[in-house]
Write a protein that binds this ligand. Structure first.
Ligand code: ZN
Length: 86
């Protein structure tokens, strides 16, 4: 299955960058709409968002600095591999 539609929707990597702003309500209406449109077509990012929501709930607040960038990159690669059917 192919959930990624490069060029039309946000790339998954961009989603990861925006997810903390999304959860904090910091996105403007236009970015929020793009974000949610991507979510509807991308199960990898939906799962990632749920993980971040859970983390936020457990931690009480979101600390983007606490997320290891290498770990984040691996997540993104895993999602992309899944979305591309590998
Ligand atoms: Zn995605």
């Amino acid at each position: 299955m192919r959930f990624l539609r490069r060029g039309r929707d946000l790339a998954c990597r961009e989603m990861v960058e925006l997810v903390t702003d999304y959860l904090e309500g910091a996105l403007d209406a236009r970015d929020r709409e793009r974000f949610e449109r991507h979510l509807r077509g991308c199960e990898g990012c939906t799962a990632y968002l749920e993980q971040m929501r859970l983390t936020l709930r457990l931690a009480g607040r979101l600390e983007p600095e606490a997320i290891d960038p290498a770990f984040r990159d691996r997540l993104v690669e895993a999602f992309q591999g899944w979305a591309e059917g590998r």
